[in-house]
Design a protein around this ligand. Structure first.
Ligand code: 3PG
Length: 210
């Protein structure tokens, strides 16, 4: 079982993916992995999402597929059943935190305040999604949080894009960033997987150059 830290350290970019049609799941995952992005978060925002997780988990090597937009325990359990290896939520409830810990399953809960971090720490959490990252303070907020929360790490998500993602990755308390810019909905709709691969590749190259 991978830990949240393992997952965020595996890929500096977590692709936030919304799959309208499960038929797109495999070519999309393949393009992202070929581009160097191998942590894939399939959001539970469409009826095809669980099928997409299932397909990717069974057919694509060299990637870790997880689930996003987890809002309750039922979402978590359904996703695990369909092969998700990690889960990300926009926020949390104590029961969601407790359930993931009881299952020893890697949940990366969303937080937006210091008090939320303190609350989730009580349940043993040390890695969080800062959400919506650019709205709640972005780079300045993360720098401020690093002072009191030295052992806490983040995957900022929400408003991260090809222009600003490096500023986040350079921060001491950021393990990886999440974003949909590497899995653009319009490109998926057009089935332009080669362009998706190029954006992923270009983004990973930028990281290697810093
Ligand atoms: C989300 O869960 O929707 C993520 O925050 C993605 O945000 P983005 O589309 O701004 O990358």
């Amino acid at each position: 079982m991978l830990s949240a830290k393992n997952i965020l350290e595996t890929s500096p970019i977590v692709a936030v993916i919304t799959v309208e049609n499960a038929k797109d799941a495999l070519p999309l995952a393949k393009a992202l992995v070929e581009g160097g992005v191998n942590a894939l978060e399939i959001t539970l925002r469409t009826k095809e999402a669980l099928k997409a997780i299932d397909l990717i988990s069974k057919n694509i090597d060299d990637c870790i597929v997880g689930v996003g937009t987890v809002l309750c325990e039922e979402d978590l359990l359904n996703s695990i059943e369909h092969g998700a290896k990690f889960a990300i939520s926009p926020g949390f409830t104590p029961s969601l935190l407790k359930k993931a810990k009881d299952l020893n399953f890697a949940l990366i809960p969303g937080v937006a305040t210091a008090s939320e971090i303190l609350t989730a720490m009580q349940y043993g959490y040390k890695e969080f999604k800062l959400f919506p990252a650019t709205v709640v303070g972005g780079v300045k907020m993360l720098k401020s949080l690093n002072a009191p929360f030295k052992n806490i790490k983040f995957c900022p998500t929400g408003g991260i894009n090809e222009e600003n993602f490096l500023e986040f990755l350079e921060l001491e308390n950021v393990l990886s960033v999440g974003g949909s810019w590497v899995a653009d909905k319009e490109l998926i709709r057009k089935k332009d997987f080669s362009q998706i691969r190029e954006i992923a590749k270009r983004s990973i190259l930028k990281i290697k150059q810093i």
